[in-house]
Design a protein around this ligand. Structure first.
Ligand SMILES: [Zn+2]
Length: 688
């Protein structure tokens, strides 16, 4: 009976797809060009597959439409999910639904799937709760909304939303607690990261909904879960009070169990008749075979504005994108966030000169904008502060981000009228000044309960996603979006919208010197969006610290930025850019220092490999301050990207070239000397 019932529903579904409905519910517009395609396939066996250029998701129509497969073809190619995502009220579960109806629609590259039915107990006995699960999927984004429909009051002691288990090798995690557990007065406590310690390790155990959880196999694949803006529903809607939930992750056997349970009560609680919607973003990194590793990026401001000669020097070194980052100066001559025009007449003329000179040299220019900050000196601030501010306490305290004797601005909430104001600021600057894209700072979700715009507990995630999709529409296929993710408040869901991610600011002020292997998980992530780490900002040993950093980053395929008008950090950065300028790195497949592609005889000397048909680059780098002589290095010939009996090996720094049997790359006959922090590129190509 069940099967027959299914079939009927299923054929209805296909008509729906064929009709290609343009219906797309919800207020936010998630259209965003430039991320590739998204495809819906429904197959025999009642499975629905959705494929982007980066991942494949599969939903099981026999079992409530539950998500049971996440595969990254350019990661391991193996399913991450060990136990399907399950939404349940006590013994009634969407996976036991007697039947499920699916609707789908698409618009542009945004696909909407809706699975609905009645939760069932074992044996598919229908219970008192219905469900409607909506997935909004685009190449940039996956959002789930689980609506539970109680047609009468129900006594229940547990409610699960997308509880699952994933592969045990996703053994690094991140957690940002929700605002109730956040000890920071401004509700900005950093994320916590760690590695699973082994069987039975319960590494996340919270009673309040976290803002964010991440599970990752370093350098390979993984995902994050970001609670959508409506925190109130997660926190209190069902149990009538906060802290009645369980958010837990633990190692069990060869899996990681992930429990998301807004109700986990020792005694049943009364859930009132009504509909409740729990939203979250599933952050699926855009994992590719070849990262678009083309960006060489600097920043500049107006103290002084860069000269035309300096800009010519940028171009000569291979710089291809710069950002106008001018969010504070002690003399108050800076771009106050939200102000227009940002400078006086002379300043505006200088800015236009810099933009035009950059364009002459084929360098793109993008302006800095903070998603959250509004400077009190900008127009409209005093009229809107009370309405738009992000606040968390009874007093409605405004959070000013002080610096020096002034401030960057005060924190606004993207779930308020601030979002539209921000869009109009950005659009005006983008169009009036001929920028080539946008740079965003403060790309994060922060908690708020300002009753002037929303008295329910919320966070800014939906507004941030809305802004990012809107920005991609603004800049189109040709514009470049740079997102700065603070490493202690990272987000795959947000950074997915970027062409280039600026990261590692959390360690840029650290006194401790950066060491290989200590990079935070979100810094390295996987072969996906290219990354431009922040340099060390410290003044003590500035050159050496950045030489140290670059000697490591060059092995991880990352090109840090620096300020663009002089100093030792700038010189070291240009030197790195110059070394790689001859190569279109986006055409190469990259294997980093941990891939095993290149091995050396010294423990602090590492190698990485770029390869494509007919050409490879071996990068050797000494991450120690001590010179190393007689470094024996070996390359796995099968990773070169081509087959040849003989190869030409050219030292790119000296120009010296030798022709060898290919076996010489692997037999230990390649030897190099490197000074402290020195890196060197060897070009390898086949010879007849
Ligand atoms: Zn708010």
């Amino acid at each position: 009976m069940l099967a027959a019932h299914f079939r009927t529903r299923f054929s209805t579904l296909f008509l729906w797809i064929a009709a290609g409905s343009a219906l797309l519910a919800g207020p936010a517009d998630y259209q965003a060009p430039g991320g590739g395609s998204i495809q819906l396939q429904a197959e025999e066996g009642n499975r629905v597959k959705v494929t982007s250029d980066y991942w494949r998701l599969e939903f099981d129509l026999r079992n409530g439409g539950a998500l049971d497969t996440i595969v990254f073809p350019h990661g391991s190619g193996r399913n991450l999910v060990r136990k399907p995502f399950e939404t349940a009220v006590d013994r009634w579960s969407d996976r036991n639904a007697p039947s499920v109806e699916m609707k789908s629609s698409n618009q542009g590259n945004v696909l909407r799937l809706e699975f609905s039915g009645r939760m069932g107990a074992a044996g598919r006995q229908p219970g008192p709760v219905a469900f409607r699960t909506t997935w909004i999927l685009s190449p940039f984004m996956a959002r789930a909304d689980h609506t539970l429909v109680f047609s009468e009051d129900v006594m229940a002691s547990s409610v699960d939303i997308g509880t699952t288990a994933v592969r045990g090798d996703l053994n690094e995690f991140g957690l940002r607690t929700g605002p109730t557990d956040d000890p920071d007065r401004r509700k900005m406590a950093p994320a916590r990261f760690g590695k699973v310690e082994g069987e039975g390790d319960e590494f996340i155990a919270e009673h309040h909904a976290p803002l964010y959880m991440l599970f990752f196999h370093r350098n390979l694949e993984g995902f994050d879960l970001t609670t959508a803006s409506d925190l109130e529903t997660w926190e209190t809607a069902l149990a009538g009070r906060g802290g009645a939930g369980l958010y837990r992750a633990a190692a069990a056997g060869d899996t990681i169990q992930i429990v998301r349970r807004p109700v986990d009560a020792p005694r049943p609680v009364r859930i009132r008749k009504g509909e409740y919607t729990f939203g979250y973003y599933l952050g699926l990194p855009r994992i590719v075979e070849k990262s678009d590793r083309k960006w060489k990026h600097l920043s500049f401001g107006n103290h002084p504005w860069p000269s035309d000669a300096e800009i010519a020097r940028w171009a000569e070194a291979g710089v291809n994108i710069v950002r106008l980052h001018n969010d504070y100066a002690a003399d108050e001559n800076f771009w106050h966030d939200g102000a227009w025009p940002p400078y006086d007449e002379q300043g505006m003329a200088e800015m236009r000169r810099v933009i035009a000179t950059c364009h002459k040299h084929n360098i793109k220019v993008v302006p800095y904008f903070s998603i959250h900050e509004f400077h009190p000196k900008a127009q409209g601030y005093s009229e809107h502060e009370a309405e738009w501010k992000r606040s968390n306490d009874q007093l409605g305290t405004v959070y000013h981000n002080h610096v020096g004797k002034g401030e960057f601005g005060a924190q606004m909430c993207p779930q308020s009228g601030w979002l539209d104001r921000r869009k109009s600021d950005i659009e005006k600057a983008y169009r009036d000044l001929g920028f080539d894209g946008i740079y965003y700072d403060w790309v994060m979700q922060l908690a708020c309960n300002n009753p002037k715009h929303n008295a329910r507990l919320h966070n800014g995630a939906d507004g941030v996603i809305d802004l990012l999709a809107w920005t991609r529409r603004l800049i189109g296929d040709r514009g470049t979006l740079i997102l700065h993710l603070y490493g202690m408040m990272p987000s795959i869901a947000f950074e997915n919208f970027a062409d280039l991610v600026v990261n590692m600011e959390e360690i840029s002020g650290a006194e401790k010197w950066m060491r290989m292997g200590e990079a935070p998980i979100v810094t390295v992530l996987a072969e996906s969006i290219p990354r431009s780490p922040c340099p060390s900002y410290r003044q003590d040993h500035a050159r050496e610290r950045n030489q140290n950093n670059i000697s490591q980053l060059v092995l991880l395929g990352m090109f840090p930025w620096s300020g663009g008008t002089g100093g030792p950090v700038y010189e070291e950065t240009l030197k790195l850019f110059r070394a790689f300028k001859p190569y279109k790195l986006e055409e190469y497949r990259f294997r980093d220092a941990y891939s095993g592609a290149v091995e050396t005889g010294w423990e602090d000397v590492y190698g990485a490999l770029y390869s494509k048909s007919g050409h490879a680059l071996v990068v050797l780098s000494n991450t120690s301050s001590n010179a190393r002589k007689n470094i024996v290095w070996r390359v796995k010939p099968e990773m070169l990207g081509f087959e040849a009996g003989r190869v030409a090996v050219r030292d790119a720094s000296t120009g010296k070239e030798q022709t060898l049997a290919t076996s010489a790359l692997a037999d230990g006959s390649m030897v190099t000397d490197l000074a402290g922090y020195e890196y060197r590129i060897y070009e390898v190509r086949p010879r007849p």
